[in-house]
Design a protein around this ligand. Structure first.
Ligand SMILES: Cc1ncc(COP(=O)(O)O)c(C=O)c1O
Length: 421
């Protein structure tokens, strides 16, 4: 849908060749990607929609899992505006009340025992923080799952088990082991070898790995095995946390006792980047005792804290978690119904809550689907660690009409891609 020209607000880049600026300053690869996507520039957003420079509106069921509240939720925007007008960045000399309030709010919704909070700026930085905390406790043997995704900074990359991203940056942490996800036998064997020096990092459902749901009981068994071995357990809920799976946390259904839990993406409220590490008192002690051991100039800024606090408040007040669960059930059922008509193309529709993957028969089909969906004004994502999985992470504020728009677009795109072949 395209807005009438008079309703499209002026933008500082009006008349500028954005693609050319990308080519000149942001890299040929990024500009080529933009060109493949039709050279569309995004200049606005609200609710479930992103707006292009020409006023065209796209239903955003992608967003790499960030927009559980949609774009620019009014209560998050109001809280951030208010903080912007008061005090956006702290001196880091005095105490800062918004950071304290956000920490209390996050601890208030955290799984039991995780009442220590360390704010950072991104998911990868949360992983870095966790790996350093593990090291300082002597857990210097990193264990992660094949296709697990934990970010791309140098430390996090040791946990992100994809040779495509790791190989150009070798040597990474030498003491790392990647084992199959969902295989408790492999985990027990590894822990038997590494003992208490192990630091295990896992996602409750692999997101970038192509929406891989582990067998029931796996996470609980990993937790028990880690306790028995004296290993550290880091649960990465950067993508799965804060309602995305239709529960507050991906580990809620099982008896899992992490030492550290990582949160990001949705914590931003879709407005200001922020991530955090939740920790037990024992795990956090080295950083808790020495405030200069691990620091970041912008980590836990008042502005980011205002966004996080507002996001948590909205999640609670607007029953976002239960909405994600019911909307997710409905969407999964609808997409399964649609996919049944394309048996040669879609091998499986899988997921939990509002993290849904369509496993395609061929990786090439994912790119074609993303493009065909854009033609229908719908944004979806590929998966960074699973080339053949189209990923949908819609907001929990989707209306019945918007849900129907998404399902219809997927059905039409599947038909178009099939008929093109
Ligand atoms: C589970 C998980 N951990 C960590 C990250 C890294 O987060 P960021 O891209 O904010 O560094 C991601 C990003 O997709 C993720 O899905």
């Amino acid at each position: 849908m395209t807005l009438a020209p008079e309703t499209v607000p002026a933008h500082p880049a009006d008349g500028v060749d954005v693609l050319e600026l990308y080519r000149a300053h942001l890299g040929s690869g990024r500009s080529m990607l933009g060109s493949v996507m039709g050279g569309i520039t995004e200049v606005g957003s609200a609710g479930a929609y992103v707006t292009g420079a020409d006023g065209r509106r796209f239903l955003d069921v992608g967003g790499y899992g960030v927009f559980i509240l949609g774009h620019r939720h009014p209560r998050v925007v109001a809280a951030v505006h208010d903080q912007l007008d008061r005090h956006p960045l702290a001196t880091r000399v005095f105490l800062e009340p918004m950071t304290a309030l956000a920490a209390r709010a996050l601890a208030g919704i955290a799984p039991p025992g995780l009442d220590q909070v360390h704010f950072v700026n991104s998911g990868a930085e949360a992983t870095e923080t966790a790996l350093k905390l593990a090291r300082v406790h002597g857990h210097d043997r990193l264990v992660s799952a094949v296709s697990g995704y934990h970010g791309k900074t140098l430390g996090a990359l040791s946990a992100t088990a994809n040779p495509l991203y790791q190989r150009p940056f070798e040597p990474l942490a030498e003491a790392r082991t990647h084992i199959p996800y969902g295989d408790i036998g492999a985990m027990r064997e590894t822990l038997a070898r590494l003992g208490s020096r192990a630091c295990v990092i896992l996602e409750p459902v692999q997101g970038e790995g192509g929406v891989v749901v582990p067998p029931p009981g796996y996470l609980g068994e990993v937790s028990a095995a880690c306790r028995q071995a004296g290993a550290m357990l880091v649960i990465d809920e950067v993508q799965t946390g804060l309602g995305r799976l239709g529960s507050w946390w991906g580990i809620d259904a099982e008896d899992v006792e992490p030492d550290l839990l990582l949160v990001g993406k949705g914590l931003s409220g879709g407005v200001v980047p922020v991530a955090a590490v939740l920790a037990t008192k024992a795990a956090y002690q080295p950083f808790g005792d020495d405030p200069f051991l691990h620091t970041s100039t912008f980590g836990g800024s008042p502005l980011a804290s205002a966004a996080a606090l507002a996001a948590i408040t909205v999640l609670r007040d607007e029953h976002i978690v239960t909405r994600a669960a019911s909307l997710g059930d409905e969407l999964l059922a609808e997409l399964n119904r649609v996919a049944a008509g394309f048996p040669g193309m879609v091998e499986q529709v899988r997921g939990r809550g509002l993290l849904i993957g369509l496993k395609m028969a061929d990786p090439g089909l994912v790119g074609e689907m993303v493009l065909s969906l854009v033609d229908r004004d719908v944004l979806a994502n590929h998966s960074l660690n699973a080339a053949s999985v189209l990923r949908l992470t819609p907001p929990a504020i989707l209306s019945p009409d918007e849900l129907r728009q998404c399902v219809t677009a997927v059905a039409e795109s599947l038909a178009e891609v099939r008929d093109r072949a």
